[in-house]
Design a protein around this ligand. Structure first.
Ligand SMILES: *[C@@H]1O[C@H](CO)[C@@H](O)[C@H](O)[C@H]1NC(C)=O
Ligand SMILES: *[C@@H]1O[C@H](CO)[C@@H](O)[C@H](O)[C@H]1NC(C)=O
Ligand SMILES: *[C@@H]1O[C@H](CO)[C@@H](O)[C@H](O)[C@H]1NC(C)=O
Ligand SMILES: *[C@@H]1O[C@H](CO)[C@@H](O)[C@H](O)[C@H]1NC(C)=O
Ligand SMILES: *[C@@H]1O[C@H](CO)[C@@H](O)[C@H](O)[C@H]1NC(C)=O
Length: 314
């Protein structure tokens, strides 16, 4: 129904072609190609959801479960942000577009500001009537990532890392993980929670005791399916971290914000090696339990476990 923007696609393709830098072009598809893989992803989500035949509907959800979906009325955009999947840059972009930051250089927006509470309107406070109108008419964007890669990224960033935000997590979460899962912890570990192993993190995530529920249910490692409800909301822009730049260019084009330059990632190398290194610390039953937590993310967004165990656990 929407104008696929044929003319603009051509125009943008030409722009890329004359921009000169061969290296930049090499990794980018035309918007048309990106749009067709976007449509294929939407279809796959739909098919998988139909197969899972979930019983509940959006009306059954408490509104608080919609708070990850940010609302931008001017661009008619709903964006469900997923931590560890480029959400800082996309929040920065929304700030610029909404006039909450003056510089158009995306990276000039402080990350902490982009994440500050109350920065964006979200769907949890929108009335049902208004929400239905939005869901019908707005672009709906989600960007996903291989679930175990996202998990490892969260672990490395929040529990293993040295950053100020890691200190906060180590203090709030790390200490409790060590207390619950380490035999004979040192006083230092108990006090700082700074050396949680990946295995302890996995034991923590797969533990269903009520005592830990408050920190297990954290947006940094909650499944995308829990945060964004892809079977209840028909996302129209389904991006993947693996094709982040292309998908972001398509999204920017779709919301008429092509003047924004999406930041190029410093290429992270050796991701699959890192995955194998960390996951080799877990035995297969634990990997299975972990997989179960993210099963719907795997299925709905068409990921598999090949890169971890060499075959799909299914
Ligand atoms: C959603 O909006 C409400 C009301 O403004 C706010 O209290 C809440 O923190 C927001 N949630 C998120 C995740 O931004
Ligand atoms: C942006 O710049 C204008 C004009 O200089 C200023 O009035 C406004 O307060 C600035 N807005 C922000 C969010 O910094
Ligand atoms: C959860 O963790 C607690 C505390 O370490 C432990 O006693 C319990 O056996 C664990 N439960 C499961 C299902 O792993
Ligand atoms: C650890 O803390 C306990 C209780 O505070 C104390 O008795 C013990 O000596 C401490 N051990 C070390 C190695 O500091
Ligand atoms: C797109 O943005 C430009 C300015 O950035 C504006 O002139 C134009 O009207 C916008 N088009 C739509 C369809 O919103």
């Amino acid at each position: 129904m929407r104008d696929p923007g044929g003319k603009l696609v051509l125009f943008v393709s030409i722009l890329f072609c004359v921009s000169g830098d061969e290296n930049d072009i090499a990794g980018e598809h035309s918007l048309e190609l990106t749009q067709s893989s976007n449509l294929a992803r939407q279809e796959l989500v739909q098919e998988t959801c139909n197969r899972l035949s979930l019983k509940w509907s959006l009306e059954d959800l408490p509104p608080s479960l919609l708070e990850h979906i940010l609302v931008d009325d001017e661009r008619k955009l709903l964006y469900c942000y997923v931590p560890k999947v480029a959400c800082t840059n996309w929040k920065r972009i929304l700030m610029i577009l909404e006039g909450k930051w003056n510089d158009t250089d995306v990276l000039s927006v402080p990350a902490s500001l982009a994440h500050s509470p109350g920065m964006f309107r979200n769907l949890s406070t929108v009335s049902k009537e208004e929400r239905d109108v939005m869901l019908e008419n707005y672009h709906k964007m989600i960007i996903v990532r291989n679930p175990f890669e996202r998990l490892l990224s969260a672990y490395r960033n929040k529990l293993e890392g040295d950053l100020p935000s890691a200190k906060y997590f180590q203090d709030r979460v790390g200490r409790r993980i060590i207390k619950a899962f380490r035999e004979n912890p040192s006083n230092e570990s108990l006090e700082y929670g700074h050396d949680v192993t990946f295995k302890e993190f996995a034991l923590f995530l797969t533990n269903d005791s009520k005592e830990l529920a408050d920190i297990v249910n954290n947006e940094h490692w909650q499944p995308v399916t829990t945060l964004c409800h892809p079977c209840l909301i028909r996302y129209t822009l389904v991006g993947k971290y693996e094709t982040l730049l292309d998908d972001s260019l398509l999204a920017l084009h779709t919301i008429n914000a092509s003047h924004i330059q999406f930041p190029r990632l410093a290429h992270t190398s050796g991701t699959s090696e890192k995955l194998r290194k960390y996951f080799s610390q877990l035995d297969l039953p634990l990997i299975r339990k972990l997989y179960k937590l993210y099963k719907y993310d795997y299925k709905i967004f068409n990921y598999d476990l090949d890169n971890i165990v060499g075959y799909d656990l299914g």
